[in-house]
Design a protein around this ligand. Structure first.
Ligand code: NAD
Ligand code: MG
Length: 390
C-alpha cells in the first residue's frame, strides 16, 4: 500500500452525512488518521458516541443548550465546548494542544465558515465539503490559504474530479471546466409540476444520499449554482470557462477540456467516500471503503444541456460568480432561508429560486469586501428574503 501521511484530524459536522462517511474512511485507514476533534450542531448523543469511538480530545456542540448533557455523556478525558465560538475554539485547542494538522469541513451552510476560516488561519490543511464557505468568502479564504500554506482539498465530488483532471495539464492549458449535475429528482418534470413539488418529492434524490439542505439544493439545481462559484474560487477560473452539463447517471463526476481539445474526465461510483478519502490521503491513493464501479453489465452514460427555464436557480450561480464582491454571500444566505421556509411548508418549491433571484437582483455588491462586510451582506439577504414574502 502507498504510504499515507499520518494526520491528526478535526471533523466539523461529524454527525452529518459527510461527517459519518469521513469516520468510515478514517476507520479503513488503519490508524494513519487519528481523530482529535469533533463538532456538530445539535445531535449531542451521536456526538458523544463518536467521542467514545474515536477517543477525540475535544468536542464542540453548536447548540449551547445541549452542553450539560453532552459533557455528562463524554469520556472523562474529553473537553467539551459549546456555541458558535466553541466551534472556533475547538479548532484552536485541537491545533495547540493535540497537534491537529487537518480539518474536514462538513458543517452545512454559513454556520461552517468561522471555524473553517480559523483552521485556514492556523495553517491546517482543509478537506472542504462545506462549499458555502467558499461561496461566501472565497475572496478571503483563497489568498489566506496561500499565505498560511494551508492546502484546500475539495471533497465535493465534482471539484475532486476537476482537481484530479487538472493534473493532466497546466492552468494556462485549460479551456473549460465541465461540472456535471445529476439533474435531481425533477429532471424530467414540467415547470408547473416543479413549482408545486412537495418536500418529500424534493428530498428523493435519484443517485446521491445526502443531508436534507444539499438534497433540496440539488432539486432546484442551486447546488450546481453554488458549485459554479466554488469552482471559480478553487481553480481560479473565470466563470466564462465554467459550464454545467446534466449527466443523470452520476458516474462521470466532472471533466476538464484542455486547449488541444482533449477532455479528461474522472469516473467512479456515486459514493462520497471516494472524494473524502482522496482529500485525506492526497497525493497518495489507497484501497479503502468506497464502492468500486462494476462494468459487468452494459452501462450507458448520458449527457444533456441543463434547462435554464425549468431550473432558473442555476443562472444565479453564474451571475453571482460574475459580479463577485458580496454576491456569493447574498446568494447563499437568501437560498438558506428560502430552503428553510420551503421545508417548513411556508413557501412553494418554485419560490426558492424566485425569491433568491429577487434578493440577489436587489443587492448592491461591495467589491473586495472585508469579512465584516460579508457577514453584513449575509444578514441583509436573510432579512430581505423574509421581507419578500410579506
Ligand atoms: P448534514 O445535514 O447531513 O450534516 C450537517 C452537519 O453539520 C451535522 O453534523 C450537523 O450537526 C452540523 N451542523 C449543522 N448546523 C450546525 C451549526 N450551527 N453548528 C455546528 N454544526 C452544525 O449535511 P451533509 O450532507 O453532510 O453536508 C455537509 C456539507 O457538505 C454541506 O456544505 C454540503 O453542501 C457539503 N456536501 C455534501 C455532500 C453529501 O453527499 N452529503 C456532497 C458534497 C458536498
Ligand atoms: Mg457536488
Amino acid at each position: 500500500m502507498t504510504q499515507v501521511r499520518s494526520r491528526r484530524l478535526v471533523i466539523l459536522g461529524s454527525t452529518g452525512s459527510i461527517g459519518r462517511s469521513t469516520l468510515d474512511v478514517v476507520g479503513a485507514l488503519n490508524g494513519t488518521v487519528r481523530v482529535v476533534g469533533l463538532a456538530a450542531g445539535s445531535g449531542w448523543e451521536a456526538l458523544a458516541r463518536q467521542a467514545h469511538d474515536t477517543g477525540a480530545e475535544y468536542v464542540a456542540i453548536g447548540d449551547e443548550s445541549h452542553y450539560d448533557r453532552l459533557r455528562a455523556a463524554l469520556p472523562a478525558a474529553t473537553t467539551a465546548l459549546a456555541g458558535a465560538d466553541g466551534l472556533v475554539e475547538l479548532v484552536d485547542r485541537a491545533r495547540d494542544a493535540a497537534d491537529a494538522d487537518y480539518t474536514l469541513s462538513a458543517i452545512v451552510g454559513a454556520a461552517g465558515l468561522p471555524a473553517t476560516l480559523r483552521a485556514v488561519e492556523r495553517g491546517m490543511d482543509i478537506g472542504l465539503a462545506n462549499k458555502e464557505s467558499l461561496v461566501i468568502a472565497g475572496s478571503i479564504l483563497m489568498p489566506l490559504a496561500r499565505e498560511r500554506g494551508a492546502a484546500l482539498l475539495p471533497v465535493d465530488s465534482e471539484h475532486s474530479a476537476i482537481f484530479q483532471c487538472l493534473h493532466s495539464g497546466t492552468h494556462a492549458e485549460v479551456r473549460r471546466l465541465f461540472l456535471t449535475a445529476s439533474g435531481g429528482p425533477f429532471r424530467k418534470w414540467s415547470a408547473e409540476r416543479i413549482d408545486a413539488a412537495t418536500v418529500d418529492e424534493a428530498l428523493a434524490h435519484p443517485t446521491w444520499s445526502m443531508g436534507p439542505k444539499i438534497t433540496i439544493d440539488s432539486a432546484t439545481m442551486m447546488n450546481k449554482a453554488l458549485e459554479v462559484v466554488e469552482a471559480r474560487w478553487l481553480f481560479d477560473m473565470p466563470v466564462e470557462r465554467i459550464e454545467v452539463l446534466v449527466h443523470p447517471e452520476s458516474i462521470v463526476h466532472s471533466m476538464v477540456e484542455f486547449v488541444d481539445g482533449s477532455i479528461v474526465a474522472q469516473l467512479g461510483a456515486p459514493d462520497m467516500k471516494t472524494p473524502i478519502q482522496y482529500a485525506l490521503t492526497y497525493p497518495a491513493r489507497v484501497a479503502g471503503v468506497a464502492t468500486s464501479l462494476s462494468w459487468s453489465a452494459a452501462r450507458s452514460l448520458n449527457f444533456e444541456p441543463a434547462d435554464p427555464q425549468r431550473f432558473p436557480a442555476l443562472a444565479l450561480g453564474f451571475d453571482a460568480a460574475r459580479r463577485g464582491g458580496t454576491c456569493g454571500a447574498v446568494l447563499n444566505a437568501a437560498n438558506e432561508v428560502a430552503v428553510e421556509l420551503f421545508r417548513a411548508g411556508k413557501i412553494r418549491f418554485g419560490e426558492i429560486g424566485r425569491l433568491t433571484a429577487r434578493v440577489l437582483g436587489r443587492h448592491q455588491s461591495i467589491e473586495s469586501p472585508t469579512l465584516k462586510q460579508l457577514t453584513a451582506a449575509d444578514q441583509w439577504a436573510r432579512q430581505e428574503l423574509q421581507g419578500c414574502r410579506i
